[in-house]
Design a binder for this molecule. Structure first.
Ligand code: MG
Ligand code: ZN
Length: 349
């Protein structure tokens, strides 16, 4: 009896110890956020960015399995699952084998998980962390997979793919273990262990067109919830529309979306500093627009640029890291390494 007690005590302390050491992981993806997008936003923002607080910097090679120029599905899958795949594919490799994402590995370790995006939550980047589909355009299938998945907190657009479906199912009604909220106030007030906040029916508008709530407020509120669970967590936050500004060849669009993302990064780094035991990685899936900064005025916060394409480009993108195991992210490597480095941080003592 005494031995059993001691053994139980030993087990409890080992489990307690390993949970205590498992770092929180916060991955922040600026879609289409190459070095020029960052520079533009920085000069337009009084010559400063929260990224200057990061401890290590790396460069990520973004080519997909079949294209020098990746799309957000292949690059999202590379970072989320550690595999190169074809453009347009989510969570499945070139041999048709599905792969677990870092979010799924974290969940297996008892982590709480969260996904926040300023696009639809079904869009390629957030979907890389939970969906396994041959085409990123299968939004109803992706919504169904999210409904089965048990991501603890998710925020983004795309409501109509849950409720206005070809199969006539209402996924929101089916997801009985979730609290669904409609406003930031409701989100902040909700203490449900699982919360879905579908911010818009389809894609949220740009900030310039009045998108609310701000990514900043959503992130701060989510961090409070995650902290309250007293468990380690994985959170992915996407500044989705930096990319859309690039596709539109609209530098004001790029800069405004970057600024919101940058202020969110500032909040996340403040949290990580205060909390400790937290790894923060900030990167992009690819560059968008082939942007060159050609003129401007730092004093006036004005930037001028020219775009080379309405699509993505193949230039390497920066990776900024801060906190626990951040040193893993220095160097030059394939985007799949971002998964492997997060996985190493997750399993390291
Ligand atoms: Mg995206
Ligand atoms: Zn794009």
């Amino acid at each position: 009896m005494k031995h059993l007690f001691l053994f139980t005590f030993f087990l409890t302390s080992v489990i307690g110890f390993s949970q205590q050491n498992s770092p929180n992981i916060i991955l922040m993806i600026g879609d289409g956020m190459g070095l020029t997008q960052i520079s533009s936003g920085m000069y337009a923002n009084g010559n400063q960015t929260a990224l200057e607080e990061s401890s290590f910097i790396g460069l990520s090679k973004t080519a997909s399995a079949n294209r020098l120029v990746t799309d957000s599905a292949a690059s999202g899958t590379a970072m989320a699952c550690g595999i190169k795949t074809y453009n347009g594919v989510l969570g499945i490799d070139t041999k048709n084998t599905p792969h677990k994402s870092i979010l799924e590995f974290c969940k297996e370790k008892g982590y709480t998980t969260a996904l926040l995006a300023t696009s639809s939550i079904l869009h390629a980047t957030p979907a890389s962390f939970y969906a396994k589909v041959a085409s990123r355009r299968e939004y109803e299938t992706i919504a169904f997979q999210l409904s089965q998945h048990q991501v603890d907190y998710f925020v983004g657009g795309g409501k109509k793919f849950f409720i206005d479906r070809k199969d006539k199912r209402n996924l929101i009604n089916e997801m009985t273990d979730y609290t669904f909220v409609e406003t930031l106030e409701e989100y902040e007030a909700s203490s449900g262990p699982k919360i879905g906040f579908l911010t818009y029916d389809e894609e949220p508008p740009s900030l310039m067109e009045g998108r609310v709530p701000s990514l900043n407020e959503l992130t701060v509120s989510t961090l409070e919830k995650l902290k309250a669970t007293e468990k380690p967590f994985f959170m992915m936050v996407e500044g989705s529309q930096i990319d859309w500004g690039g596709h539109d060849n609209n530098l004001d669009y790029v800069v405004s979306e970057f600024k919101e993302f940058d202020s969110t990064i500032r909040k996340v780094l403040e949290f990580a500093k205060e909390e400790g035991n937290t790894l923060v990685i900030i990167t992009a899936d690819h560059e968008t627009g082939g942007l060159a900064l050609t003129n401007g005025d730092i004093e006036k916060g004005k930037v001028r640029g020219s775009f080379n394409t309405g699509g993505h480009s193949a230039t390497m993108v920066p990776v900024f890291s801060f906190g626990k195991h951040a040193a893993l992210f220095s160097g030059i490597y394939e985007n799949t390494e971002i998964f492997h480095k997060m996985y190493a941080a997750l399993t390291k003592e």
